[in-house]
Ligand binder design. Structure first.
Ligand code: ZN
Length: 277
């Protein structure tokens, strides 16, 4: 079966689920694998409990008006086994991480400078990285408008999250997001409501927009040909953000979309019902 066909089948399966079904968010998002998400039921109390994972505050919502749940992003580097989230009173709640194998991609680049950036660029790259990490650490009080995200663009999924990439045999950072193939100029739309917290034109990511959906749930869109929002803008679900392009280190026009929770980049396919176990 081709990847495209598998994605389509999985999407159809997800769409067939009744959206208002009991425990829908838990069933949609609870994929406790490296690069996935753990949904942990919290103690019953009047106010939303506060919880942390890896020293970062967690997204906490009320599910079915019945229970508090924490939604924790699990780093790609996490090992299989028992892990914990921590409540404000110090209590620890366990969850189990299971293994997930990510495929490898080997790319031969003729120009070694595209494999290892020039030293003159390293300062810029570090500065831009720091700026983006700060944005990922944003934790606002707002409730995400929807956790079942809309697809930010029309276009096939062209490169999966977590792909282990080797340039000329040297392993580089794994793929931190999900790519959509789409022509330059295609409109990118906010998958949920949010506030624009950072825009930039970066060495690797090109023209980039960060949107805060609330409580540490952040979308990042990059390689844009045009950014059509500014920092501070409030975006409704489905609002136009910018246009697909190939700026930065991109081999062709596509949208690269990162989803981050508790400052951890997780598989965006989870949020659009396209997760492949
Ligand atoms: Zn990408």
């Amino acid at each position: 079966m081709t990847l495209k066909r598998l994605f389509t089948l999985l999407l159809l399966a997800a769409l067939a689920l009744p959206v208002q079904a009991e425990g829908f968010i838990t069933r949609l998002l609870n994929k406790p694998v490296p690069g996935g998400v753990a949904v942990v039921t919290l103690p019953e109390q009047a106010e939303a409990p506060r919880a942390e994972y890896l020293d970062q505050p967690l997204l906490v919502i009320r599910e079915d008006d019945k229970r508090w749940i924490a939604i924790a992003g699990i780093p790609l580097t996490a090992k299989a086994g028992t892990d914990h989230i921590e409540l404000a009173d110090g209590r620890r709640l366990a969850f189990n991480i299971t293994d997930r194998k990510y495929p490898e991609q080997h790319i031969q680049l003729k120009n070694q400078r595209h494999v290892t950036p020039d030293p003159e660029h390293l300062k810029r790259i570090q500065r831009e990285l720091d700026e983006q990490i700060a944005a990922y650490k944003t934790f606002s009080a707002r409730q995400p408008s929807n956790l079942l995200f809309d697809r930010p663009v029309d276009g096939r999924l062209s490169s999966a999250f977590g792909l282990r990439r080797f340039f000329n045999g040297e392993e580089r950072n794994p793929h931190s997001g999900l790519d959509f193939a789409a022509p330059t100029g295609t409109s990118i739309k906010a998958p949920a409501a949010g506030q624009v917290i950072l825009v930039g034109d970066y060495f690797f990511n090109g023209k980039t927009v960060f949107v805060d959906h609330g409580q540490g749930l952040i979308s990042m869109f990059c390689h844009l040909s045009s950014i059509d929002v500014k920092v501070g803008d409030e975006l409704a679900r489905g609002a136009h953000v910018g246009k697909v392009g190939a700026t930065g280190r991109a081999t062709g026009p596509h949208l690269h979309w990162n989803v981050s929770l508790n400052n951890t980049r997780v598989d965006p396919s989870l949020f659009i019902g396209a997760f492949m176990p």
